[in-house]
Design a protein around this ligand. Structure first.
Ligand SMILES: *[C@@H]1O[C@H](CO)[C@@H](O)[C@H](O)[C@H]1NC(C)=O
Ligand SMILES: *[C@@H]1O[C@H](CO)[C@@H](O)[C@H](O)[C@H]1NC(C)=O
Ligand SMILES: *[C@@H]1O[C@H](CO)[C@@H](O)[C@H](O)[C@H]1NC(C)=O
Ligand SMILES: *[C@@H]1O[C@H](CO)[C@@H](O)[C@H](O)[C@H]1NC(C)=O
Ligand SMILES: *[C@@H]1O[C@H](CO)[C@@H](O)[C@H](O)[C@H]1NC(C)=O
Ligand SMILES: *[C@@H]1O[C@H](CO)[C@@H](O)[C@H](O)[C@H]1NC(C)=O
Ligand SMILES: *[C@@H]1O[C@H](CO)[C@@H](O)[C@H](O)[C@H]1NC(C)=O
Length: 648
């Protein structure tokens, strides 16, 4: 029995040899020996053998026609289609249900009209390890702890081939649990199935370090087959993901020519441990390696800084500096590269020259206008009187002639009468000499001076009232003592105190009226005490009425310097008026600070004291102010009838 079988074997060997003699062995084929890549399989699975002879490395496959035949190296027999067992598709030999007997080398012979080529491919069929999930041969793959990572199924060639056949297939992942292969459900436990036969693991943990198996199931030539590969997954705690260039970000930056410009390149590398990433700047031509600040274009050294939250990683920074920007620096892309084994992400910025800056000129114009305005206002306030007088002189024709208003006098001059408080020789000289000299003779005004122009026999009050009514202005001349009393009734004194308290301007209109009334009372009360100065008091009463009614424009003429204490004793109405429109100060130095509306004390003034300065020039400061307040003697035409009537 044993002999026969040996004989059979010898016979088989003989026929096999004869096959060699008649088959590819006899041909003078270029032998490419055994293909380096082996094919591994386990019994019952599909195995795919592929020859690499049909490639341009061997001959020009697009120019030369060829066919490929597969042989079993043991039997030397050509392998043909065999349902459920083998399928031959050109360069590919499929074992649809491998057995341990299929283990061995298979010969592919490629024939062209001019020659032939041969190559052996090794198929290794192994038994699976009992109790273990997956194939005995496992590929190792590393996944990174703490981040999303992927496992790739090593059956990509099968999938590619099936795709080229337009054959559908399904892929299933398994992992090893409870001594068996458990299918991984899509979306469970952080796993999901991705394109390109990948398994995605959302956040890799240490427990993901295990073996995984992917199984491809498909139908070929009516036979359902499947093939599996196993992976040993290693979880790596140290990792370095693709760097992210955060700055620059493709911006266009404007910078003035000649200025110095700096731009930071900021790269973030999500990683654990030290990443091997390098950061470089480049202009469009070269990398900028210069780090010497004395150069026009240079970069800083790379700065590295670690971060743990919110994402663990490392920041890397490198500053590009270009001093004295030149024309050639504009409109080129300065790019920052982050070189790593996961790629070289990059980002750039472009420089543009700045637009001419309009803000400065506009600002200067606005500033000049503002300064001009302020200066004009100041000049107006300083030289208001001169400006107005000059204006009147130049445009006199536009002012109406006041002669036709039914008034006889331009001004009623009110002053302390002889034998009363506030009267002196100086006052008398001023009233009867200086005032008429300038205002009447030089300026052509018509004044009413009590004691000069008094109409005899007239009731004094009526006369005062009438004369005031017939005047266009009321000149109120006073000295420090004009409004003083030798003996003040106690009631009036308290009233005055009241006024003093409220003289800071905080009083309301009600209390002002009240105080006005009380000062009125003080005038009336004074009548009994000073019968001699009756005329004076009448005059004051009339004057006071016009003050209150506002019917007449009053010009305050301060002959003597008034201290605040003296001022406090003045009637409220006078103080109010003085505060509102100011007084014309005779005592002031004409060239000093006298141009101020309210009379202020200056050091210069102190030296001169209360002396009445004597000047009769109408162009002096005092007389200018007087003229400013006095009515304008206009030139506008009026009816001659009225004029003759009034001139009488
Ligand atoms: C086979 O080819 C080689 C070289 O291509 C040649 O030297 C040899 O003579 C050939 N043998 C036969 C049997 O044709
Ligand atoms: C099969 O052979 C072809 C051509 O020789 C080659 O392009 C392909 O990569 C091979 N496939 C495998 C799985 O070796
Ligand atoms: C193959 O042959 C074709 C046609 O003769 C030719 O166009 C092509 O360049 C050749 N390719 C190679 C790689 O020699
Ligand atoms: C095997 O079958 C396929 C299609 O089913 C065919 O294309 C191929 O030529 C056949 N191979 C052989 C050696 O008969
Ligand atoms: C593969 O072959 C074995 C025995 O040779 C048989 O039991 C099994 O059913 C076959 N599998 C398929 C998928 O045809
Ligand atoms: C294969 O090619 C050889 C030579 O080109 C030819 O003799 C043979 O008939 C071809 N065989 C098939 C199956 O096409
Ligand atoms: C700069 O890069 C951008 C984006 O890659 C590109 O569109 C542009 O043409 C580049 N400019 C120059 C001057 O190369």
């Amino acid at each position: 029995m044993g002999r026969w079988s040996t004989l059979g074997g010898s016979l088989l060997f003989f026929f096999g040899l004869s096959g060699i003699c008649t088959g590819f062995e006899q041909e003078n084929c270029t032998n490419y020996r055994v293909q380096f890549d082996r094919v591994y399989s386990v019994p019952g699975e599909v195995a795919m053998l592929n020859t690499t002879l049909a490639s341009y490395d061997v001959f020009n496959i697009s120019a030369v026609p060829y066919n490929i035949t597969w042989y079993d190296s043991k039997t030397r027999q050509e392998i043909s289609n065999e349902t459920g067992r083998t399928a031959v598709r050109g360069e590919t030999l499929w074992f649809l249900n491998t057995t341990l007997d299929d283990d061995g080398e298979y010969v592919s012979v490629l024939r062209t009209p001019s020659g032939c080529y041969r190559q052996n491919t090794r198929l290794i069929v192994e038994l699976p390890v009992p109790g273990e999930c997956g194939r005995p041969r496992k590929a190792g793959q590393t996944i990174t702890k703490g981040v999303t990572d992927y496992l790739g199924c090593p059956l990509k060639e099968y999938i590619r081939k099936l795709n080229s056949y337009k054959t559908t297939y399904s892929l299933m992942w398994y992992n090893h649990r409870y001594n068996g292969c458990v299918p991984i459900e899509r979306g469970s436990d952080g796993y999901s199935y991705e394109d390109n036969a990948r398994l995605k693991i959302d956040k890799v943990e240490t427990k993901n370090q295990q073996s995984y198996t992917c199984t491809l199931t498909f139908t070929l030539d009516g036979t359902v087959g499947s093939v599996s590969e196993s992976i040993e997954a290693w979880v790596n705690a140290k990792y370095s993901l693709t760097p992210q260039v955060r700055q620059p970000a493709g911006e266009i930056i404007k910078a003035a020519i000649g200025s110095t410009f700096s731009q930071l390149c900021q790269v973030f590398v999500p990683c654990v441990g030290k990443p091997s990433v390098d950061v470089f700047w480049s202009d469009q031509k070269d990398f900028i390696m210069e780090t010497n600040p004395s150069q026009r274009v240079y970069t800083s050294e790379k700065l590295t800084r670690s971060q743990t939250v919110p994402v663990e990683g490392v920041w890397m920074e490198r500053v590009l500096t270009i001093s004295e920007l030149q024309e050639k620096d504009y409109n080129i892309n300065y790019t920052c590269y982050a070189f790593s084994d996961r790629g070289k992400p990059q980002s750039y910025f472009t420089l543009l020259p700045t637009d001419p800056d309009m803000r400065l000129p506009i600002g200067m114009i606005l500033g000049n206008v503002a300064v001009l305005f302020i200066v004009s206002v100041i000049i107006y306030y300083l030289f208001k009187v001169d400006i107005v007088l000059c204006f009147r002189r130049m445009f006199l024709v536009f002012y109406t002639n006041t002669d036709s208003d039914g008034k006889l006098y331009d001004a009623y001059v009110a002053y302390s009468q002889p034998n009363t408080e506030g009267f002196s020789n100086e006052v008398e000289a001023f009233v009867f000499h200086t005032l008429p000299e300038v205002l009447e003779k030089a300026c052509g005004y018509k004044l009413f001076l009590a004691g000069r122009d008094c109409v005899p026999g007239m009731a004094i009050v009526d006369s005062v009232e009438e004369n005031i009514q017939a005047s266009r202005r009321l000149l109120l001349l006073y000295t420090a003592s004009t409004f003083m009393r030798k003996r003040l009734p106690s009631g009036i004194s308290s009233n005055n105190n009241n006024i003093t308290k409220s003289s800071d301007g905080t009083e309301n209109s009600e209390s002002k009226k009240e105080s006005d009334r009380s000062s009125n009372t003080s005038f009336d009360g004074g009548e009994e005490n000073y019968p001699d100065s009756r005329q004076q008091l009448e005059r004051l009463a009339a004057m006071h009425r016009s003050l209150l009614e506002g019917s007449l424009k009053v010009i305050l003429v301060e002959l003597e310097e008034i201290t605040p204490a003296q001022l406090a004793l003045f009637p409220e109405s006078v103080r109010h008026l003085r505060k509102k429109q100011g007084a014309v100060c005779w005592w002031k130095n004409q060239s000093g600070a006298g141009r101020w509306r309210t009379c202020m004390r200056t050091k210069e003034d102190e030296e001169k004291g209360g002396q009445l300065s004597q000047t009769l020039s109408p162009s002096s400061r005092f007389w200018k102010e007087m003229r400013y307040h006095m009515p304008v003697k206009g030139k506008r035409a009026m009816r001659p009838k009225e004029a003759t009537l009034l001139n009488v």
